[in-house]
Design a binder for this molecule. Sequence first.
Ligand SMILES: [Zn+2]
Length: 274
Amino acid sequence: MPELPEVETVRRTLAELVIGKTIEQVDVGWAKMIKRPDDVDQFKWLLKGQTIRSMGRRGKFLLFHLDDYTLVSHLRMEGRYGLYQQNESVAKHTHVRFVFGDGTELRYQDVRKFGTMHLFQSGREQMEPPLAKLGVEPFSDQFSAKLLTEHLSKASRKIKSALLDQGIIVGLGNIYVDEALFRARIHPERLAKDVTVAEVKILHQAILNTLTEAVNLGGSSIKSYVNGQGEMGMFQQRLDVYGRKGEACRQCGTPITKTVVGGRGTHFCSVCQK
Ligand SMILES: [Zn+2]
C-alpha cells in the first residue's frame, strides 16, 4: 500500500499534470468505488464543469481541490492515476475516467478495486470521515517529539502498532515504520509506553528523516506502485530492513529478521534494535 512518500509523489506529479483542467464528463465503471455521494450519477453530475484548482494530501489520501468541491481519493493497495489522450486505448482495470475539455483525460486504474473516492462541498472534507479523525501530519509543526512522547506514553500496545495507528500520526505504513524503528534502534515489539523519552526524541527525528529522504527520491516502488507519471520511486534501494529478510544488516551484518507484529509483516535487526 502506498504510504505518505508515495502519495505525496503522486500528488506532486498530478499537480503538474491536471491543475487548471476542467472536467467535462466523468465515467465510472465500478460504482462501489464511489463512497460519497451515494448516487454515482450525482457524483458525475456534481463534477461536471469543475476545474481542478490544486492538489492536496492528508495522510495517505489525495485531495483534488475543485471550484466547489473536494474529491478525496485513497489508492489503497494498487490504485494509480494516469493522464491520457482521449483517443488512447483504455487499459484493463480502468474504473474511473475524468474527461477534460482539452482532449485529455485522467484515468484511475485499480486491479483490486479497493480504492475509494469521496466528494465533499469544499471545506467539509476535514469534518467528516474518512479524514475527520486522522492524526497529525508528520511534516506539520504540530508533529513534535513532545507530542509523540505524549501519545506513546499512553499506549500499552507494541510500538510498531502504535506508529501504524493513523489516529496518532498519519501517513506511516508498514515500510516506513520498520525503517524508522531501525534507524532509531528500537525493537518493533517493545511496548510503546516503555520507550524512553530520549528514545522517542531519536525516533521522532528518524521518522522525519526517513520520510524526507523517501519523498525526495519519489517514494518506494513496492509491487505495482508507480507515481502519477508512471515512474518508479527510487527509495526502495535505500531500505535497510523492509523486504530484506535474511539479508545482512547494513550496520552489523546480522541477517534481517522478519516476524509478525499486530498482524503485519515486520522486519528488524535483532542485534541493532533493542
Ligand atoms: Zn544490525
